[in-house]
Ligand binder design. Structure first.
Ligand code: NAD
Ligand code: KPL
Length: 305
């Protein structure tokens, strides 16, 4: 019997992983916020995955953070701003052999979690899969993609990748996961804030090409200062390709703001601007975009961080 996967966060990605692992017969348990959420979950049939219009429900056992069983493998599927606090609640259940897989976008939250748990192995992930919830305990698999996993401290791949293989979760072990995360952060910083400021789909940025190019030039410099030259290679070219390929889509940050949800700005633009400050450098356009975005968030009564 393989080790149980505890999944922290029954949102879009948490449900997407939990249902596919359960479908493959891998043992999974879902950690819900509190007794009220557990009661709501227990009153239903389980977790539903909608794939190509077909809905299938899987019975995955739910529990709360104060459940007594030890946790050996934890998939952290919360938003970046919730991850450190959510993991802290489970600290007493994580043994010295614990492994955490951190699915958060951006940078900053992974180091915060790893600093809380110096003995545990923290594996960072970067995913291009897309999913959204269309109801409580239901997720729609909206975009097929890939998940890269890696551990900057220990490059050996874990044996449990075979669980992901069995669950048909497309993945690859990456020996340069930080480069991947930085590259994704730079792409998100060049696209997402502008889609919020101009209230447009990704393709709408074709009308703001100069601004996109200026941001890409600053982000390229930042990646180089931060020792990430590989993440900087042809950043502008890739940003243009992503804008074209996803022209009809709304960025994740646009969707957060449109749905009055907190954004992950602190782990994207905020992290980039802080990294520049650590290197005593100024990135005027990136900082200006951050200031404009914060102003917009405050005007909409959304958290500024
Ligand atoms: P989500 O908001 O759908 O899900 C997060 C879940 O975590 C929510 O259900 C929330 O209630 C739960 N949660 C928060 N704190 C908790 C706690 N203390 N205990 C238990 N549960 C808790 O978010 P998501 O879209 O799944 O995104 C998760 C991360 O993955 C984000 O960093 C996001 O940027 C990244 N990501 C998402 C997608 C996607 O398509 N959804 C794609 C790539 C990357
Ligand atoms: O990842 C994205 C997002 O919307 O968060 C893309 C499509 C790359 C835009 O930055």
């Amino acid at each position: 019997m393989s080790t149980t996967w505890h999944i922290l966060g029954a949102g879009s990605l948490g449900t997407l992983w939990a249902t596919r692992l359960a479908r493959a017969g891998v043992p999974v348990r879902l950690i819900l916020r509190d007794q009220a959420r557990l009661a709501s979950y227990a009153s239903g049939e389980g977790l539903t995955l909608v794939e190509q219009g077909i809905a299938r429900t899987y019975r995955v056992t739910g529990e709360t953070p104060d459940s007594p069983e030890p946790i050996h493998r934890l998939l952290v599927a919360c938003k970046a701003y919730d991850a450190p606090g959510a993991v802290a609640q489970l600290q007493h259940r994580l043994g010295p052999d614990a492994e955490l897989i951190l699915l958060q976008n951006g940078l900053g939250s992974q180091d915060a979690v790893a600093a809380q748990l110096p003995q545990a192995r923290c594996i960072f992930a970067s995913s291009t899969e897309g999913a959204f919830r269309d109801g409580d305990w239901r997720v729609v698999f909206a975009g097929h993609g890939y998940t890269w996993l890696g551990d900057a401290a220990r490059p050996t791949a874990p044996l449990w990748l075979e669980d992901l293989q069995a669950a048909a979760i497309p993945h690859e072990w990456s020996t340069d996961i930080l480069t991947r995360l930085w590259r994704k952060l730079a792409l998100n910083c060049a696209i997402n804030p502008l889609t919020v400021l101009y209230q447009c789909r990704n393709g709408g940025l074709q009308a703001h090409q100069c601004e996109v190019a200026t941001l890409c030039a600053e982000l390229t410099e930042l990646l180089e200062w931060c020792g990430q030259p590989a993440a900087a290679l042809d950043l502008h070219g890739e940003v243009q390709r992503v804008i074209q390929a996803t022209a009809a889509n709304y960025s994740s940050m646009y969707q957060d703001v449109a749905n009055a949800r907190r954004t992950e700005i602190s782990y994207l633009l905020g992290y980039a601007c802080q990294a520049a400050a650590r290197h005593r450098r100024v990135l005027p356009h990136l900082q200006q975009v951050q200031a404009r975005l914060v102003e917009l968030l405050v005007a909409r009564r959304l958290p500024r961080d």
